[in-house]
Design a protein around this ligand. Structure first.
Ligand SMILES: [Zn+2]
Length: 74
């Protein structure tokens, strides 16, 4: 994986978008059952974490159209 999480503009230019930035524009799909069930339950995962699209492609897309989704810290 060639992606890094950084605020350094020189590194950002060198490495391109992060796996999260590449997929960020994708909405959470209706068939993301785990997310929707946890949201309806208003459970601990839904309240403590965020569910985000992530580009799992190699190389990382400029704009990902086929993201996976994962729970991550808010
Ligand atoms: Zn991708």
């Amino acid at each position: 994986m060639s992606s890094v999480e950084t605020d350094n503009p020189i590194l950002k230019a060198a490495y391109g978008k992060s796996i999260f930035e590449a997929a960020a524009e994708n909405p959470i799909p209706d068939n993301a059952w785990e997310f929707h069930i946890r949201k309806n339950l208003n459970d601990a995962a839904y309240n403590s974490l965020k569910y985000v699209p992530v580009c799992c492609c190699t190389p990382v897309c400029a704009k990902c159209n086929n993201p996976k989704y994962m729970w991550t810290r808010k």
